[in-house]
Design a protein around this ligand. Structure first.
Ligand code: PMP
Length: 359
């Protein structure tokens, strides 16, 4: 007897996350995973500690309090929200419920590495669509839709590019795609973008759009694994059928609710990030390193070639700084640098300047 996995599973390349350890440096400056340099809200930490009293109790299965808090803060309908162990889990529910063998799942050239993984894990075929000058090309996506397409995964603002797909282009795409296709707007970095609702209005006015969001970035809870999705009632009802009843713990629920209610902290993180990402980009440009305007909490620093990017990465590591090589995302010549706090931004720029011989 030979034990074999389902077709397609062995085509999945393992996801490689940002490194957190660096030999010779006990606490490296980690600018490789778009984490919050200010940590979590202190109210979230207090709620997490308080949740220890309920460790022996199963958590609620409906996440009613957290959904109510999300709905209140964002002005949404709680009945149309689903919570998951990271937004990854909500993205997975979508592939699991709507894509299977023979179906196609569209993602874009520089899109999040999990999209083709989720498609293959569901038995479907991922279809990659080219971007244009590091911005998602919604016309090319429409042209790639077939009668087999079930899902389109889009990140806005993009990762690792930080660029925005114009809101009007996304709305036009939602209107133009065939009836059997769901447009998934992955909003992991929405809170950092100027005046963008993550697609909430599109979700409210269309029956084929789902938005996903996370507590991992602006709320600084990446280590706790909490995300959510917002969509048409019919779709949320479908997703809830595959969701494990206890997919979020009492601790996750308590911390997330406190985090989302701490709007002062959220605003502090947003405004500091907005200020420092402009500073970081300007300094990179001054050093002769190409960098698009970013609407996220990272910038994509594009060097002359792969060799220079690798050299800079090595120089940063030698100084105890971790950034992200993004060759796997189609940018071998680039480094993605998370916008740190003021000291972190200054430190990485000083190190890059030394590498460029400008310091
Ligand atoms: N989407 C994008 C574009 C991301 O960069 C990430 C985090 N790497 C996620 C989704 C998943 O985030 P989480 O599961 O932590 O909510």
């Amino acid at each position: 007897m030979s034990i074999t996995p389902q077709p397609g599973i062995m085509d999945i390349a393992l996801y490689v996350g940002g490194q957190s350890k660096l030999e010779g440096h006990s606490s490296p400056l980690k600018l490789s995973s778009n984490e919050n340099p200010y940590g979590p809200s202190r109210h979230a930490v207090a709620a997490l500690e308080g949740s220890a009293a309920t460790l022996h109790l199963y958590p609620p299965t409906d996440h009613a309090d957290l959904r109510a808090a999300i709905a209140e803060i964002h002005g949404l309908d709680a009945e149309r929200i689903i919570c998951g162990a990271g937004s990854d889990e909500v993205l997975q529910f979508l592939a699991q419920c709507y894509a299977g063998p023979g179906d196609e799942v569209i993602h874009t050239e520089h899109g999040f590495a999990m999209y083709p993984i989720l498609a293959r894990a569901a038995g479907a075929t991922p279809v990659e669509v080219r971007e244009r000058d590091r911005v998602v090309d919604t016309d090319a996506i429409l042209a790639a839709c077939t009668e087999r397409t079930r899902l389109i995964y889009l990140t806005n603002p993009g990762n690792p590019t930080g660029t925005m797909i114009p809101v009007e282009a996304v709305a036009r795409l939602a209107d133009a795609i065939p009836d059997h296709v769901i447009l998934v707007l992955d909003g992991a970095y929405v809170e950092f973008a100027e005046g963008y609702d993550g697609g909430a209005k599109l979700v409210e006015s269309r029956n084929n759009v789902v938005m996903t969001r996370t507590f991992s970035k602006i709320h600084g809870l990446g280590g706790l694994r909490i995300g959510w999705g917002y969509g048409p009632r019919e779709i949320i009802d479908v997703l809830n059928r595959v969701r494990q009843p206890f997919n979020l713990s009492n601790s996750q629920l308590a911390a997330a609710e406190a985090a989302i209610r701490d709007t002062g902290f959220t605003e502090h993180c947003r405004s500091e990030n907005a200020r420092l990402r402009v500073w970081l980009r300007d300094k990179l440009l001054d050093l002769g390193i190409a960098c698009d305007e970013s609407q996220a909490n990272y910038v994509l620093a594009r060097f002359a070639d792969e060799e220079e990017a690798a050299g800079c990465d090595a120089a940063l590591r030698a100084e105890g700084i971790l950034v992200r090589r993004v060759g796997g995302y189609g940018f071998p010549e680039a480094l993605r640098i998370t916008v740190g706090d003021e000291a972190g931004c200054a430190r990485v720029i000083d190190a890059i300047a030394r590498f460029k011989g400008a310091a």
